[in-house]
Design a protein around this ligand. Structure first.
Ligand code: FAD
Ligand code: 2HG
Ligand code: ZN
Length: 471
């Protein structure tokens, strides 16, 4: 083993291999549910180093866990407890390689933090629209490997839709340069889209060519209260109709979720939440002007009030106000963390089914556990709910999870199937949902997925046990 570690040291250089010391930030998952142990943490600085590492690991039969910002919600990016895996941190590979204004593309290394990618695009006068609450620490490689969603999907799509090309180190150590930047390329199987969303189980993304967009001339943000989800869905329909492609964000937040923000971030002054079961955060991105956006937005709010779809609304009057409204939404995850562990469900449903799903599932859960609280919020514009279940007041969250996690998951996921949804909308499968996936995914689809895994990673060295665990 020493010889193997010496070989790895010679590839990355001794400052970039760690086997001892405080490795918690690499070995513990973001939610602090699980802690693993790596044989070594490697931080390569270039694609050819990644290639040499994979070849060395393959020869030694050692598996690799790729990691970006370690913000996974599904325990996908930490090593297992065996102390035999290599944790490959991509954070040193953080260069912007090129920006092609004529082609509206930017090529970046996979360890670039998402916020850095957004900022680099903006500095050059363009927009890279992917936006997540974790954008200050997640990496673009992690975003692509999980096909991340976030708050701008309703207009710009998931990470997959924002990527035109990849550079990948395959599971046998070969470097595939697919950084084409082409919007059309029908020359066979779509390799890029196999690696996107594969959660590090097929290869390592080392760089990506991303789509850029013109910066909008104006952005407006509004906050509205509604009596129930049916009204929220009506508002979404009206917003699509009246704003067209300008609608760039449509988030729904339940009263208990906002109450947590109010409790843990009291300086944020959450509007309208005490008197309404749900609040909606809407954003319009206009390519004409601030005035044009405001007229359209005010028209939408007026009509929604007249039709009694919403009960009240505020339109942000300044950038600072808009930022605060977004901070309230983005801090729901931190507020939950401050409250204690809960049972997370990142689900997607046809928008038309969401109200019935929530009514049905709320009732089943309330029947099972008295006083349980639902942290219900999410990207309603994309049919993506974060339907999280919090222990009743006064019940220890760890004991609650131990006792009820399995049963609650069964209730929620059976209900997801009943209403035509998916058990993972944007966070992925990781190891947390790997057993659940077996029960809820079409068997033929699972069998095809296993064939792909066997073909691209025959020695099962890439993030084994994640996404699919029986080969
Ligand atoms: P990591 O957590 O390090 O890894 C995630 C997975 O990708 C792992 O399986 C890992 O092995 C693999 N991986 C990482 N880098 C590479 C690479 N270069 N090559 C191959 N595989 C790789 N997610 C959403 O979709 N939408 C949200 O709105 C959202 N909001 C969040 C808010 C907060 C506060 C937090 C903590 C998380 C949120 N997430 C959200 C989840 C998470 O941020 C995303 O899944 C993100 O895309 C992960 O990026 P990362 O760099 O941290 O990846
Ligand atoms: C979000 O939309 C994230 O804020 C996290 O996807 C969801 O905390 C969660 O459950
Ligand atoms: Zn989300």
């Amino acid at each position: 083993m020493n010889e193997f570690l010496n070989k790895l040291t010679s590839i990355v250089g001794s400052p970039y291999i760690q086997t001892t010391g405080d490795l918690d930030r690499y070995e513990e998952d973001w939610r602090k549910r699980t802690k693993g142990k790596a044989l070594a943490v490697l931080s390569p600085g270039a694609t050819d180093e990644v290639s040499l590492i994979v070849k060395a690991c393959l020869q030694e039969g050692v598996s690799i866990v790729p990691q970006g910002g370690n913000t996974s919600m599904v325990v996908g990016s930490i090593p297992d407890a065996s102390g035999t895996q290599i944790l490959l941190s991509m954070q040193r590979m953080n260069k912007v390689r090129a920006l092609d204004a004529g082609n509206l593309t930017m090529t970046v290394e996979s360890g670039c933090v998402l916020q850095q990618v957004q900022q680099s695009a903006e500095n050059a006068g363009y927009l890279f629209p992917l936006s997540l609450g974790s954008q200050g620490s997640c990496t673009i490689g992690g975003n692509l490997s999980t096909n991340a969603g976030g708050t701008q999907v309703v207009r710009y799509g998931n990470a997959r839709e924002l990527c035109l090309g990849l550079e990948v180190v395959s599971a046998n150590g070969d470097i595939w340069n697919g950084l084409s930047g082409l919007r059309k390329d029908n020359t066979g199987y779509d390799l890029k889209n196999l690696y996107i969303g594969s959660e590090g189980t097929l290869g390592i993304i080392t760089a990506a060519t991303l789509k850029l967009f013109p910066l909008p001339a104006a952005k407006l943000t509004a906050w509205a209260s509604v009596q129930n989800i049916e009204q929220a869905v009506k508002l979404l329909g009206l917003a699509h109709k009246m704003l067209g492609p300008a609608l760039s964000g449509f988030e729904m937040m339940g009263q208990f979720a906002l109450g947590l923000v109010d409790k843990h971030f009291p300086n944020l002054n959450v509007p309208l939440w005490r008197e309404s079961p749900y609040c909606i955060l809407l954003e319009a991105s206009d390519s004409e002007s601030e005035l044009h956006a405001r007229v359209q937005f005010e028209g939408l709010m007026q009509k929604a009030l007249e039709a009694e779809i919403i009960t009240d609304a505020v339109i942000a009057e300044s950038l600072a106000q808009a930022k605060t409204l977004w901070l309230i939404r983005e801090n729901i995850t931190m507020a939950q963390a401050a409250q204690g562990l809960n049972i997370k469900h990142d689900i997607s449903l046809p928008v038309s089914q969401i109200a019935s799903f929530v009514l049905h599932t709320d009732a089943l859960i309330a029947k099972k556990i008295d006083g349980v609280r639902i942290v219900n919020f999410g990207h309603l514009g994309d049919g993506n709910l974060h339907y999280n279940v919090q222990a009743p007041q006064g019940v220890d969250s760890k004991i609650f999870l131990k006792e009820y996690e399995h049963d609650i998951n069964t209730i929620v996921y059976d209900s997801v199937v009943k209403y035509g949804g998916s058990i993972s909308a944007e966070h992925g499968v990781g190891s947390l949902k790997v057993d659940t996936l077996k029960d809820y995914k079409d068997p033929t689809a699972l069998s095809l997925m296993r064939s792909i895994k066997k073909a691209l990673d025959p020695n099962n060295i890439m993030n084994p046990g994640r996404v699919i665990n029986s080969l």
